[in-house]
Design a protein around this ligand. Structure first.
Ligand code: ACO
Length: 310
């Protein structure tokens, strides 16, 4: 066992991918199931806030792009559930954990989308943060996860651009449109910073996940990279980041933000955010409404099997 553990870590250190049939420590398997399934749930729940605006998109072009984006999120969820299944957990178990409220998904999807500008802000900020966090995951030590992330990141990059372009259009529009964009930034800025997870000192999983090269950068490092890029984009848009303490630190070359409200983060991840209940209800309803499809598929498969047997 000791030797297997040593060989495993040596492979990880030499950047040799771990594959489903390779030996791996039980905790590595559990950590991956936890992270990949939380990620998959986030993609699926993440469809809900945006789907809310498909019927109200301001033009056919905007509607087509939004529809494609929401479909992409469904695809991301499916790749990720498949990657999790290679670790020996069934999709039914994972859905059950989501539907019973046992599994976490990203805090960000528990906020409401109140105006069309929120669709721009989600693309720009939420997908921007997702890319920052997920590009390093393309080099995660577990093969199926890393490979799934490559395509996901390409699509996320399109999502970020469509969001920024919505914001740019609003910011170059009328005063009222610009106000909508500013209001969306005001509401989404802090929850987006929370997406990166707790501060490094309060992150119980980071150190081990970095040793296993599942994570390549810490939560705070990724948050900082995001802030440095996004503050300048906000300036380009002519918007104000809603943080009075925000300043550029000439010594370090980084933007320093004010303190994140961690009590809000804790409330949201423990089920008490503005839309947690609504999101779970929607997922459970979709599962129940889809029962007939699962039953029909099963009956069809059964019939085919019988035909082959004859
Ligand atoms: N929302 C909900 N839960 C969170 C969040 C968040 N934004 N950030 C951290 N947590 C949870 C962790 O899941 C963990 O909970 P658990 O022990 O019950 O599983 C706990 O808070 C402690 O956090 P960490 O020790 O920092 O956990 P971890 O090392 O897993 O890092 C992170 C969290 C950065 C989110 C990591 O899991 C990750 O990179 N996941 C893959 C990316 C992802 O899931 N993105 C989803 C949103 S992007 C999108 O879908 C468009």
């Amino acid at each position: 066992m000791e030797e297997r553990g040593f060989i495993f870590q040596d492979k990880v250190d030499r950047e040799i991918r771990i594959e489903p049939t390779d030996w791996m420590p039980e905790d590595y398997r559990k950590t991956l199931i936890r992270q990949i399934s939380q990620h998959a749930h986030s993609e699926i729940v993440g469809m809900l806030p945006e789907a809310n605006w498909i019927t109200r998109a301001p033009s056919l072009r905007r509607k087509a792009a939004l529809l494609a984006k929401v479909q992409d999120e469904a695809g991301h969820g499916l790749y990720l559930y498949s990657a999790a299944e290679t670790l020996g957990v069934s999709r039914d178990e994972l859905y059950d954990q989501l539907h019973t409220g046992k599994a976490k998904y990203s805090s960000i999807f528990n906020y409401p989308t109140l105006t069309w500008a929120d669709i721009g802000a989600i693309g720009w900020l939420v997908d921007g943060a997702a890319i920052m966090n997920q590009v390093p995951l393309c080099r995660a030590s577990y093969g199926p996860y890393a490979r799934a992330m490559v395509r996901i990141c390409k699509e996320e990059s399109f999502h970020q651009r469509q969001g920024f372009e919505i914001m740019l259009t609003l910011c170059r529009g009328t005063e009222a449109q610009k106000r909508l964009a500013q209001d969306a930034l005001n509401r989404w800025w802090w929850p987006t910073l929370m997406m990166f997870g707790p501060r490094d000192d309060d992150s119980p999983h980071s150190a081990q996940s970095m040793r296993w090269r599942i994570k390549r950068f810490s939560n705070d490092e990724l948050r900082q990279k995001f802030v440095d890029i996004t503050v300048e984009q906000a300036t380009y848009l002519g918007l104000t980041v809603p943080d009075r303490d925000l300043r550029f630190d000439t010594e370090t070359g980084h933007y320093r933000t004010g303190e994140i409200d961690w009590s809000e983060f804790k409330a949201v991840i423990s089920g008490n955010g503005p839309c947690n209940r609504q999101r779970l209800e929607a997922r459970v309803k979709a599962w129940e409404d889809g029962a007939w499809v699962r039953e029909a598929a099963e009956a069809h498969a059964h019939k085919l099997k019988k035909k082959v047997a004859i």
